[in-house]
Design a protein around this ligand. Structure first.
Ligand code: IMP
Length: 182
């Protein structure tokens, strides 16, 4: 049986989609998946990157879409890797990030969710403060094994309620509030 969806998540990252799907389900929104490697412009602004990707995805699929762009911003590295988080993960990885850090381990995750349809282009942000662990802990995707959310002692990879507190949850909650009243 063909499932009907309220809107679609365009991304090459199935982990992000699975998390976004669960979160939006909790707000009563059914999210489909367009698995698609969106071209990413070089920019220091997650918002600009996200807007461009959302417009491209809408032009390609002609259905209401959301896309997400994220960054891990580390205080002692002046915000690096930030908008270059995907590239940094593919190149130096978690081990490389850990090797760069000394005492100050403060960091934050930022998520930008951008919605695009025929008439509207609109973005929502979610931020989560935390610290970078001293070693990788737990099994998880991306930076999950090294990011410890504020007020916890465990990494994203070790906790079972990531989807109730993450940067993604916060941005999607703002999006849902708007979308359900639209
Ligand atoms: P982009 O938004 O696809 O450019 O990805 C940003 C990078 O941040 C990716 O390499 C992901 O591995 C990483 N990332 C984004 N969100 C998360 C998360 O919730 N957990 C772990 N890593 C993440």
């Amino acid at each position: 049986m063909r499932q009907s969806f309220d809107l679609f998540f365009a991304s090459s990252n199935n982990y992000k989609y699975q998390e976004a799907k669960k979160i939006l389900e909790s707000f009563g929104i059914k999210l489909g998946f367009f698995k698609y490697d969106l071209e990413e412009i070089q920019s220091n602004s997650l918002m600009d990157i996200a807007s461009k990707k959302a417009k491209d995805a809408f032009l390609k699929y002609k259905k209401p879409v959301i896309i997400e762009d994220d960054g891990l911003f580390i205080n002692s590295l002046d915000g690096f890797p930030g908008p270059y988080s995907s590239y940094a993960f593919k190149t130096i990885g978690n081990k490389g990030i850990l090797n760069l850090l000394k005492n100050n381990r403060k960091a934050k995750f930022v998520s930008i969710i951008t919605f695009c349809d025929k008439k509207i282009l609109k973005s929502f942000d979610g931020k989560l403060e935390g610290t970078i662990s001293k070693s990788q802990k737990g099994k998880g995707w991306g930076y999950d094994p090294i990011f410890i959310p504020k007020n916890t002692r465990k990494t994203f990879a070790e906790i079972n309620n990531k989807n109730e507190l993450s940067h993604r949850y916060k941005a999607l909650k703002k999006f849902s509030n708007w979308y359900l009243q639209k």
